[in-house]
Design a binder for this molecule. Structure first.
Ligand SMILES: Nc1ncnc2c1ncn2[C@@H]1O[C@H](COP(=O)(O)OP(=O)(O)OP(=O)(O)O)[C@@H](O)[C@H]1O
Length: 277
């Protein structure tokens, strides 16, 4: 399939989710579906090179389960996952290597994403050591490059995560996510745990990095205004399904689905007032 498309001149998506379903067994479920939850219900999406897709929806709509499928943390009940044209649905050891090379994840809470006992320097070195990237000298140079990329001074390299502010910790988590030069970043609510003023800085940093490095990104948030600020394309999820997909400007200016209208009219933005104007 991929080769045919490549031959036709069409770019291969970085991530292609093809009709993904994830069903969890539970003790409760709904009247129609007792003892199970259909967390993702027939989701298809393509993340193209250099593109940022925003996934938005209320709590329980299936955003994190979708993110986990993309990271290889959750196997789909049915459907297929392709990374740069390679089927990684079964998450075999080789397929996991492909997943690890292509994407990195930035989680909501940097405090739990980072190792509390490891210095910033060692956290940045760790993925490169594990994947045996370059020589020791090259890895040291990369650590300095990474810390600069995320706007932190070299002096933080000796610090432990607990000695840094929330915003600084998220910068370190972003630097670590970039250490292996991934094609794409999955950012799952990366600003939700931060102070409002810091949210704007981290969003700007992600926005600058994706431009500078030509990164693709999946940005997941329950705040539609935050998603709007950073995304080229938006997917609105409700009940495990994509109820609306389109260019960010079109979804905002001309929402087609009632649920999207509801989200747009609902809660005030969590975004810093200086952004998204
Ligand atoms: N491991 C699990 N076992 C059973 N049900 C689950 C599991 N993980 C998620 N669910 C259920 O699947 C549905 C989708 O959850 P998911 O966490 O993907 O939504 P979400 O949009 O990310 O919500 P939130 O923003 O609150 O994390 C919810 O009904 C949730 O209770």
């Amino acid at each position: 399939m991929t080769e045919t498309k490549a031959a036709a001149g069409e770019q291969t998506p970085i991530i292609f989710l093809d009709d993904i379903h994830v069903v969890f067994k539970t003790r409760t479920g709904s009247i129609l579906h007792p003892n199970k939850v259909h967390a993702v219900n027939g989701l298809t999406l393509k993340l193209m090179p250099g593109e940022t897709i925003g996934i938005v929806g209320e709590s329980g709509c299936g955003k994190s389960t979708t993110a986990n499928v993309m990271c290889g943390l959750q196997a789909p009940t049915s459907g297929h996952v392709y990374f740069k044209g390679i089927d990684v649905t079964k998450r075999t050891a080789d397929q996991r290597k492909t997943i690890g090379r292509v994407i990195s994840v930035v989680f909501q809470d940097p405090a739990t994403a980072l190792n509390a006992r490891m210095s910033v320097h060692d956290q940045l070195m760790d993925p490169m050591n594990v994947h045996k990237v370059g020589t020791k000298q090259e890895r040291e140079a990369r650590v300095k490059e990474l810390i600069e990329m995320v706007g932190l001074p070299n002096s933080v390299l000796g610090a432990l995560p607990g000695q840094l502010s929330g915003g600084q910790r998220q910068r370190v988590a972003i630097a670590r996510a970039l250490s292996l030069k991934p094609d794409a970043i999955i950012a799952d609510e990366p600003t939700s745990a931060l102070d409002v003023s810091v949210r704007a800085q981290i969003l700007n940093l992600l926005s600058d990095l994706k431009k500078e490095l030509g990164l693709s990104m999946v940005f997941i948030s329950h705040d539609i205004q935050t998603v709007r600020y950073i995304s080229d394309r938006i997917i609105v999820m409700n009940g495990g399904q994509a109820v609306e997909q389109g260019k960010a400007s079109e979804v905002f200016e001309n929402p087609k689905d009632d649920y999207t209208r509801l989200l747009l009219g609902a809660a005030p933005s969590l975004l810093h007032p200086d952004l998204g104007k």
